[in-house]
Design a protein around this ligand. Sequence first.
Ligand SMILES: Cc1cc2nc3c(=O)[nH]c(=O)nc-3n(C[C@H](O)[C@H](O)[C@H](O)COP(=O)(O)OP(=O)(O)OC[C@H]3O[C@@H](n4cnc5c(N)ncnc54)[C@H](O)[C@@H]3O)c2cc1C
Ligand code: SF4
Length: 483
Amino acid sequence: MGEPTGFLKWDRQTPKRRRIPVRVQDWKEVYEPFAIDELTRQAGRCMDCGIPFCNNGCPLGNLIPDWNDLVYRGNWQDAVERLHATNNFPEFTGRLCPAPCESACVLGINSDAVTIKQVEVEIIDRAWREGWVTPQVPSQKTGKRVVVIGSGPAGLAAAQQLTRVGHDVLVLERADRIGGLLRYGIPEFKMEKSNIERRVKQMTVEGTIFRTNATVGENVDIDVLLASHDAVVLACGATNWRDLNVQGRELNGIHQAMEYLPPANKVQQGDIAETNISAAGKHVVIIGGGDTGADCLGTAIRQGAASITQLEILPQPPVARAENNPWPQWSFVFRTSSAHEEGGERLYAVSTEKFVGDESGNVCGMIISDVKSENGTFVSIDGTQRELQADLVLLALGFVGPEKSSWLENLGVKFDERGNVARNDEYMSSVRGVFVAGDMGRGQSLIVWAIAEGRAAASGVDKYLMGETDLPAPVVSSAKSLN
Ligand SMILES: Cc1cc2nc3c(=O)[nH]c(=O)nc-3n(C[C@H](O)[C@H](O)[C@H](O)COP(=O)(O)OP(=O)(O)OC[C@H]3O[C@@H](n4cnc5c(N)ncnc54)[C@H](O)[C@@H]3O)c2cc1C
Ligand code: SF4
């Protein structure tokens, strides 16, 4: 431990966000640089616990006390090695993870947790700046061919691990660019896409081959892939969105979040001049109070919406942990993302009864009501019905699992009771040689889980191909759904 009394001397500090009027004029990341002296002190708050709960709280098993100590001592090069030992893409998690490690930090019992995520992102950003992140080209090739379908964080992590142990790895992606939801779901202001480009560059030099505009089941035949590869990794995500089938759903101007966010991202990348769904000048209602809803909010603000309301069916969470939500569990508390800080109103414990349209068939409003929970379901409270003005409605209601495309059905993989692709302890599906990783096997989740699953599936593939493996497999709970 760098500083035994650090946690007594220094309070938790996090980086400041750029001024709101300035940052909403651009799409760049919202955080200001964090002073290095302050970061060192923050790393010095770590108590180097005998049993580091942060390490258990992290799905990747990140070696958090080790790199906190190394940063405190100024040994950044060793810190990045420890970071990469468990995480292929710390620049993604360091920016985007909700940080279950911080919820589990022992300091959080009676104080503020260590700023683990900030230490993580500072280590990897510095490593990139200093040129310490270099391609790791395998010294020997195995002659085995693996195809990874899907280039989100799960597919990328699996591909990098498998390439580095000498397999020939091909990544197929149906979109026009690599990255999955990192690319087309998450807006630039949360993570600038140059972070994906430099990893793809690194992976390409290492030997991974990428093909975009390659949709399995359309212009790529799964039978041809099976015949020409020794193993297949399915990493197609859980992109089957939940809908809201109430009266008026067919009106113009009601869109899924994942119909709205991708074109907005394409504009920022310079791929298209303008989006086909813009919030400019509109009264926007976002249905769904989660991360996806917050991404729609920040995007709508930058597009110049006239007003924005975000609806959530659950009650507003408490400001501090409730008694039935003790440490080290994930803390269900009221959080204010950067987008929430920028504008919009949040309404809790409300439900949509119907959409209202004008004579041209465009949505112009919606009827909502307050709800209460009764016998495990939400019921409308009489007398609370009211109308909201709405000429753009965005549905951010989550995802119900992977798309059940005919190629997947024909492949013959089994699904679990939640509709995800079932797999055994080694991430193999019911079809021999076909593995599954990320949201496609787990259901809608987090980037950190996708990376953990990609690493674990790579370990399963390597063992299947070679009879044994040295690839580490993070312990990913509830992986097994196939007996
Ligand atoms: C708007 C939004 C914001 C989010 N924000 C966060 C956040 O801030 N932090 C966080 O931790 N998590 C966040 N998440 C969740 C996180 O992005 C996902 O859990 C994660 O990306 C899952 O990774 P994956 O690799 O399993 O799948 P995905 O990222 O979904 O990637 C799957 C890829 O497979 C491709 N594909 C699908 N079918 C085919 C096919 N037939 N042929 C070829 N390619 C195919 C898709 O085009 C896609 O690129 C967010 C999710 C959304 C929707
Ligand atoms: S739980 Fe918190 S204080 Fe303890 S080792 Fe992990 S980061 Fe440090």
